[in-house]
Design a protein around this ligand. Sequence first.
Ligand code: 9WN
Length: 432
Amino acid sequence: MIQKDLRQAAEEVLRRNDRGTFTAPSPRQYPHLWLWDAGFAALGWAALGDYERAYREIRAALRGQWRNGMLPHVVFYDWPSAYFPGADVWRSDLASEAPAELPTSGITQPPVLAFVVEILTRYDPDRGRAAAFRREAFPALYAYHRWLHTARDPEGMGLSVLVHPWESGMDNSPLWDAALARVPVGDLPPYRRADAHWVPEEQRPRSADYDRFLALILHLRSHRYGESGVQTSSFRVYDILFNALRYRSEEALWTMAAELGEPTGEIEGWLARGRAAFQAYLWDPARGFFLDWDAVAKARIPVIAAGGFLALYAGLATPEQAHEMVARYLTNPEAFAPDGGTRYLVPTVSKAEPGWEPRRYWRGPIWINLNALIAHGLRRYGFVDLAEQIRADTFALVARSGFWEYYDPRTGEGLGIGDFTWSAALLLAWDL
Ligand code: 9WN
C-alpha cells in the first residue's frame, strides 16, 4: 500500500500535468503526448479511480493513428511549443498515411497500449463501461500490431525492427552507441535543442547523439515515412524491451479478442513467432542474458542493459534463463546490485559496461517505469523478495527526492525534469 502523503503528492503531479485531452509527461520539457507515457499515465488515472480520464488518455493517443496502423510516438497536441524536434521538423503532412488535422511524429514507441487497455478494463468497476471501451479500442490496437508485424518486420524475423533510438524509449542507451556511430550525419540544417534549457546538459544526450537523431528523422522524412525509408535506414535494431512489451500487449490483445468474439488465429501466430524469435535470436547462451540484435551489423549487441529483464515481464524467459539473469546480473554488485557505490536497484545499464554513466539519461540512472516492469516480471518468476526490494527502493527514491524523471543510483538524487508524469502514475499503479 502506498503511504497517504506520497499518494497525495503523486495525484498532485498528475493533476498539474493534466492538459484535459492528454497528460503531458512534463509541461515544460515534454508539452505534447508521448505514446508510452500516455499508457503509464492512464494506469495512474485508473489507480486514482478515474477510469473516464484513463480512457480519455488512450483515446488521445489513438487519435494520432496513421492509416497504415502506426501509432506515432508524439502527437503534437498544444503545438506550437519550444520542443525540439517539433511538428515543423517531423512534417507528418508529407506522409499520405498521417492524420490530416493533427501533426504527429513519424516513428513509434514501445507498444504498451494494448496491455494497458486490458488492465484498465479488467479493474474498472463499471463493467458495462469497460466492455464498451474494449470494443471501442480493439480495432485500432489490432491495426497497430498488424503494422508492427508487417511494415516493421521486413525480414520476417517474428520481431519488430526499430529505425530510431527514440522508438526504444531509451534514447541514448549504450545499446545504440555502435549502431549510431554508423549513421551518416551529412549536412544537417542548423538546429537548436530545447531540452538542455531545463535540465543540466550533463544529464542529457550528447550533441553528437542529437545530430544522429536528427539525421535519422531527415532520412525517414525524405521517404515520406514509407517502408522504403525503413528498409534503407542506417539504424535498424531489434530491441528486447520493445519486443517484450509487444508480446505482452499481444497476449492482452488475444484475451480481448477472445472475449469480444473476434478471430484469435492471427494473434496466436504473432505470439508463437515472437516467442520463438526471442530464443532463436536474442538469448545469448555465453553471456546468459537477452541481447538486442543489430540488423545492419547482423550481430547481437554485446551490452548488458536493464531492458533485457523485460523478457521476464513478458514471460519469454525459461525458468533457467530467468535464474541465470538474476544470479549473474541483477543480484551481482558488479552489474546491477548495490555495491556501496550504488545504493538502489535497478540502474538502466550494468555498471560493468564501459558506457555506464550514472547521471546521464538512459546510460545508467534509475527509471521508475523500468523498475515497475522489472518488479512485475520478477514476481511472475517467483523472485518475490527481489521484487519487493525494487519496490522498496523505488518508493525510497521518491520519498527522498520527489517525482523525478530519473535518479542517480549512487545517491538517490533526482535527475532530468521534476514532477514527471509516469514517475507519479506508476507509483500509484505499482500493484496493478
Ligand atoms: C524523445 C517523454 C519521452 C519519453 C522517452 C524519453 C524522452 C524524448 C526526448 O522523453 O524522449 O522521444 O525529447 O528526449 O527518452 O522515453 O517517452 O517523456
